[in-house]
Design a protein around this ligand. Structure first.
Ligand code: BGC
Length: 751
């Protein structure tokens, strides 16, 4: 091809007379008009994209920093994932960071990140505002570190109390889990960061997670595990939903037409994009047609050239590829990552993060036992304390895996600069011992014993007025615990200390429920979860009464494995190693084994215990306060929705928060012979004060799902409503037929 003189002159004219050459700003690209809605903006931009550019957006660019030796792109921000943008169209890169309980891999990048309490801990606050704050800390720090997408937001139900990832999840109850994680994701997105909800769905154990087939009938699936996702996604409208590793009723979660196309996208109207868990994609055409929109981390090549060829061959319609790209780009516009990109040169404020983490933890600590009112401790009366175990002299424990946050200054039990190592327990420098010393009288004698030798610990305990034993349970992605027992003979440690000192208090730092064979022999038990970077101080504040405990269990604590629907973790054999170690490794995985969740079906957690008439060690919703609350005057009202009302009075001598809970048992025809959480409110009351509490009930809580009709309906008949401070103690109750009952009409917002 040769240029004519006329063409040459025309080209020069275009260059010389371009807006830039004339000193004018180029006309803004039409999709950069913020007054257009995100869908319109995405369509305008996608119209200009080539096929290759579209393909580039629907997969990550490899394992990057996650795998030794994998290439790392120059604009990669150092997180778990990277999708290059399209500079000529003004589309930024997507930099994704694991951020379940704080931003992961900060140290690797020379940065600081706040360690929040575990998600399960935060959920024990039952405080949606605390959940929002939690997410906003994550969003704020992602932004300061230059990321524009979070891949946290775990909302899988706690069906398996020994699951290694329970600390990343929120509850065994779908309403509590859905609301808390939905608020968390809203908090993330309030910082113009794309949020995510994961792992969709039934990723309820780590043993065999890449191959197992989770089996659950559709009604139970919709009313339990999927309901948690439905609520969270409905609240947050997250940019992403991460499909999980496992199979669901036969098909892998990332190529499951039922969960992705039919439920998530059609029934719930999800407008964002589905991204695979890392390595969770198993096909090109099947996954694309089933609703997967982005393959991560992408080095498996399912959504790169093979997808391009499938589109060219017509086995994946062009419209489906356009839909994938539309979902990604519209989510970027909707979250604001294009109009308000992160500013990587800002820095994280560690003090603000620490204060937020501590205040969330102070609402999340659960006082499980307080015999004889041993707590709160009085600095004036306590002359000596033996603090034992749990590395309480240097710090607090955190959870592992992709939720691991790097500890400032390195692991507090072995301080070396640098990033955390997968598979190793990391302690954060927030020493409970230090804050106990600070709050005790200056002349009180506070001794510390590491707790490695029960006999020596008992000796230290015997010579003190009281003993505080810190026990720990390290949990991580990739492995489950084989039992509910605390590891490393810590039960024997507590038993020895309790035998030596009648005033023994146990503080737990754990990933999920544990058994406590010594519970009857100690006076106090305080559940601190993984308490986060403000944990040491928060624990001391509760022990000495500067803060009145108010958290309630978001999960049942069984007395023994024999009481669980699955007395053993399905598929976990001695071959998978002590305490479940290596269960996530491909070598030790059984192939495609079933995990039959129909055993308990809808009766997850506390519902199972009620249905089977078993006594838990500590019930769902339970938690003590230093004050007392009395419930009275149950009533009902109706406007657009149904409300439960009652009076709550603080009859004790100090201010406190009560988490008042409403449970419903549906009419017998529903076939659900157990109470279910239907609503709650966290109420602050001064001593002697009372309040009329009004709690709206979502129709979903009063309805059942019919797979045949594919819809939710409220069954006819008598509904039993129960109200109180724990699923096992519900002083108010009334049975009403919602269709015939004449409920007082009120004009209240349906919130
Ligand atoms: C985890 C995800 C995580 C991803 C990226 C996977 O192993 O299951 O939760 O986001 O890795 O690190």
């Amino acid at each position: 091809m040769s240029f004519s003189r006329a063409t040459f002159v025309a080209c020069i004219a275009v260059v010389l007379c371009s807006p830039a050459a004339l000193g004018q700003k180029p006309a803004p690209q039409p999709w950069m008009n913020p007054s257009l809605d995100p869908d319109a903006r995405a369509d305008l931009m996608i119209h200009e994209m080539t096929l290759d550019e579209k393909i580039q957006l629907v997969h990550g660019n490899g394992w990057g920093v996650l795998r030794d030796g994998a290439p790392v792109a120059s604009r990669h921000n150092g997180g778990a994932g990277f999708v290059p943008g399209i500079p000529r169209l003004g589309l930024p890169d997507i930099n994704l960071a694991d951020s379940a309980v704080g931003v992961r891999m900060a140290a690797l990048n020379g940065r600081y990140a706040t360690l929040l309490p575990s998600v399960l801990g935060m959920s024990a606050s039952w405080d949606p505002d605390a959940a929002f704050l939690y997410g906003s800390v994550i969003g704020r720090e992602l932004r300061a570190q230059g990321y524009n997408m979070s891949i946290g937001g775990g909302v899988d139900l706690i069906r398996e109390p020994r699951n290694g990832r329970n600390f990343e999840y929120a509850s065994e109850d779908p309403i509590l889990a859905g609301i808390m994680v939905g608020q968390l994701a809203r908090g993330v997105q309030s910082n113009h960061i794309m949020g995510d909800i994961k792992h969709y769905a039934l990723n309820d154990q780590e043993t065999g997670r890449n191959t197992l087939n989770a089996i659950l009938n559709l009604r139970a699936l919709r009313e339990t595990d999927l309901l948690a996702f439905q609520i969270a996604i409905g609240l947050a409208h997250p940019a992403g939903v991460m499909c999980s590793y496992n199979r669901i009723n036969g098909d892998y979660a990332c190529e499951n037409d039922y969960t992705l196309n039919q439920v998530l996208k059609r029934d719930w109207g999800f407008k964002g994009f589905v991204l695979s868990d890392w390595g969770g994609t198993h096909s090109t055409v099947k996954a694309a047609l089933a609703g997967l929109d982005m393959d991560q981390p992408g080095d498996d090549n399912f959504f790169s050239d093979p997808l391009k060829q499938a589109v060219l061959a017509g086995t994946v319609p062009q419209a489906r590829l356009d839909d994938m790209v539309h979902r990604i780009v519209r989510s970027m516009f909707a979250a604001g990552v294009i109009d308000q990109p992160p500013m990587p040169r800002s820095v994280v404020d560690p003090f603000r993060g620490r204060d937020d983490a501590q205040s969330i933890e102070e609402e999340s600590l659960v006082l499980l036992k307080n015999a004889g009112g041993i707590l709160p401790l009085s600095a004036a009366k306590v002359r000596s304390i033996a603090v034992i175990g749990g590395h309480a002299d240097v710090g607090v424990l955190s959870g592992g895996g992709s939720a691991q946050v790097d500890s400032p200054g390195g692991n507090a039990v072995d301080p070396k600069m640098g990033a955390s190592v997968w598979g190793k327990a990391v302690y954060f420098p927030s020493s409970p011992l230090r804050y106990i010393r600070e709050q005790a009288a200056p002349d009180a004698h506070i001794a510390y014993d590491a707790g490695t030798d029960p006999a020596a610990a008992a000796k230290t305990a015997a010579s003190a007025q009281l003993a505080i034993v810190f026990v720990t349970q390290w949990m991580s992605e990739g492995q489950d615990s084989a039992t509910l027992s605390l590891p490393d003979q810590q039960d024997a440690l507590v038993a020895a200390v309790a035998a030596a000192n009648p005033n023994t208090i146990v503080v737990l730092e754990n990933g999920g429920p544990v058994s406590m064979p010594w519970a009857a022999n100690v006076k106090g038990i305080l559940e601190s979860w993984y308490p986060g970077i403000g944990g040491g101080q928060a624990i001391a504040n509760i022990l000495f009464g500067r803060v009145n405990p108010s958290g309630k269990l978001p999960v049942t604590f069984a007395a023994t494995e024999a009481d669980l629907p699955h007395p053993q973790v399905t598929g976990l054999t001695p071959r998978t190693g002590n305490n479940g170690a290596d269960a996530g490794g491909a070598r030790n995985q059984a192939r495609n084994f079933p995990v039959d969740y129909n055993v308990e079906g809808m009766a997850v957690g506390y519902r199972w215990f009620q249905e089977k008439n078993k006594q838990p060690l500590f019930a769902f919703g339970f938690g003590l306060s230093y004050t007392h609350f009395v419930y009275s005057d149950l009533g009902f009202m109706r406007s657009a929705t149904i409300y439960v009302t009652f009076t709550l009075r603080n009859t004790g001598a100090q201010a406190g928060d009560e988490i008042a809970q409403v449970y419903v048992t549906l009419p017998a025809s529903a076939g659900e012979p157990f109470r279910k959480l239907a609503g709650w409110k966290r109420v602050s009351l001064a001593p002697g004060a009372s309040q009329t509490v009004t709690i709206p009930l979502d129709q979903l809580c009063l309805s059942i799902y019919s797979p045949t009709d594919d819809k939710w309906t409220r069954p006819a008949g008598d509904f039993l409503f129960e109200v109180g401070g724990s699923s096992a103690e519900l002083p108010l109750h009334q049975t009403i037929d919602l269709d015939s009952a004449r409920l007082a009409a009120v004009d209240l917002p349906n919130k």
